[in-house]
Design a protein around this ligand. Structure first.
Ligand code: ADP
Ligand code: MG
Length: 488
């Protein structure tokens, strides 16, 4: 129940966390204009008259952005509201040319849903846990202020102004930094599977507002602070840790926690006050008169649902049904790229369990060494399937497969070609194997005597020596049988 407690002088505290994630919708155009959304473009090169709030310009909803938000809602099993509406959130800031943000307060596009985080002993998550999600609403992003270009002036880049965001609001269901980290990683995986957000936190396409409070376990919710715009999973976890400890100190020294908005400093891992928290009524929300309500029809919803891919939980369960270990199934489905790669490997005929072992050890090991993502793997799923087929049908042994794989990585050649050219085929030629066994036993007469005297663990030694003498090319099963015979 209470996975995480902060032990203070006067007793145990429980930390309560709710996350508001801003996820940039994958779309070539902005939420209400046709301007482009590419990351890293020259400042103010992707700004339409709508995004610059020129007088008389009218917003037109981008169907694709709405579609992506609906698909995301479906992926977290959420209620999709067939009727939703846009509201104006009014405030002044130099990065907001309209003087208001178009958002959704009263009638969001997506209602309640949930996702499940997996058990993780090491992180102190004892069992899988469902985290409830309150809503997803769609809104515009603001521009970006630049203060470091000139000694006395600030500049504004409106490229991001008007880009579509999904705000995904969790309930206050998380109880530790680790649970919050697991939630963010799972949410990011779902967004990437769906293709509705690239989840790239470094580029700012996914960022989290971190709400933290502490309480005595079982008591009422405490007053929370909200730390804004934290842009990595690790930073979110650090911010929670810091904030929880700070609040406990305040409370234990007889103070009260102020409901406020705070900023995270990644260099020190600390948070500091930014402003006292504003309430919804401060923003004078009202329905945007320039936009009609959204009314979704069944055909649109059917198309959204039909377009969803197999999602992480379902894929993981299917992998386990195919005989893949729970651990490997978790690793392979954690990121959409590895899951896609693995599906392609199985489509090319590889046997699931053996292929999973190979990918998670050999392939991931090699990619790690090369500093490459799986999408940049020098060996394709089809090439890997060819290699694994040679192992499966006994043409080469597992240890020779490792050598062949190294050569594949270096040369890009196919496995069968390498095996042929280098003469790496495994042999079941009993004559040749028996000859080597005879030599090994003759050279290790003392060990043979020990073995016969009852030290059976030495069997593995004889297997190893024989395989070595055969340069790894002997069929291990045949070696085993012939050795047993030779040793009586
Ligand atoms: P606002 O929109 O003003 O930030 P909300 O009520 O929508 O306020 O809540 C925003 C987020 O804060 C949600 O993710 C919610 O789970 C979380 N939250 C609400 N109360 C608490 C609390 N006492 N402790 C931690 N998180 C909280
Ligand atoms: Mg908020």
């Amino acid at each position: 129940m209470t996975d995480y407690r902060i032990n203070g002088e006067t007793g145990a505290w429980e930390v309560v966390i709710g996350l508001e994630v801003h996820a940039q919708v994958t779309s070539n155009a902005k939420l209400f204009s046709g301007a482009a959304t590419a990351f890293g473009a020259e400042p103010n090169t992707q700004v339409s008259l709508v995004d610059a709030a020129m007088p008389g310009m009218l917003p037109v909803p981008n169907r694709e952005c709405i579609r992506q938000a609906v698909r995301t809602g479906m992926a977290i099993d959420a209620v999709i509201n067939k009727y939703s509406r846009f509201d104006r959130k009014n405030y002044f800031y130099a990065d907001l040319p309209q003087g208001y943000q178009i958002s959704q307060l009263y009638h969001p596009l997506v209602g309640e849903g949930s996702l499940t985080i997996e058990a993780d002993e090491k992180a102190g998550i004892a069992e899988a846990k469902r985290i409830e999600i309150e809503r997803i609403h769609v809104e515009q992003d603001a521009g970006k202020l630049m203060h470091d270009q000139h000694p006395t002036m600030s500049f504004v880049d409106l490229n991001r102004s008007g880009v579509a965001l999904m705000e995904i609001v969790s309930k206050p269901d998380m109880r530790s930094p680790a649970e919050a980290g697991a939630y963010l990683r799972k949410l990011r995986a779902i967004l990437r599977y769906v293709g509705s957000c690239d989840g790239n936190m470094e580029e700012g396409s996914m960022r989290a507002d971190v709400n933290v409070s502490v309480r005595k376990p079982g008591g009422d919710l405490g007053t929370r602070t909200e730390t804004k715009n934290v842009n990595s999973v690790r930073f979110v976890m650090q911010a929670i840790e810091y904030e929880a400890r700070r609040q406990v100190e305040v409370l234990e020294s007889g103070g009260t926690v102020d409901q406020e908005t705070r900023l995270f400093n990644p260099d020190s891992g600390t948070t500091r006050t930014m402003r006292s928290k504003e309430d919804a009524h401060d923003y004078r929300y009202f329905p945007d008169p320039d936009l009609l309500p959204l009314e979704l029809d069944d055909a649109f919803l059917d198309e959204c649902r039909a377009s969803l891919p197999e999602l992480p939980d379902a894929k993981r369960a299917r992998y386990e049904e195919l005989g893949i270990s729970a651990y490997n199934a978790g690793v392979l489905t954690a990121e959409v790229e590895s899951a896609r790669w693995f599906d392609a490997l199985m489509d090319a005929g590889a046997k699931p369990a053996a292929a999973a072992n190979w990918v998670t050890s050999e392939l991931f090991g090699a990619l790690n060494r090369l500093g490459k993502d799986i999408g940049e793997s020098p060996v394709s799923p089809a090439q890997a399937a060819e290699l694994l087929a040679l192992v499966a049908d006994g043409t080469i042994s597992g240890s020779i497969a490792k050598q062949v794989f190294e050569i594949m990585l270096e040369t890009g050649d196919g496995a069968a070609k390498i095996v042929e050219e280098k003469g790496l085929k495994q042999t079941s030629d009993t004559g040749a194997i028996e000859a080597e066994i005879a030599k090994v036993l003759a050279a290790n007469a003392d060990k043979v005597a020990q073995y016969k005297g009852g030290k059976e663990a030495l069997f593995g030694f004889f297997v190893g020596q024989t395989m070595k003498a055969m340069q790894g090319k002997a069929n291990p099963q045949v070696v085993n049988e012939l050795l047993k015979k030779a040793l009586g």
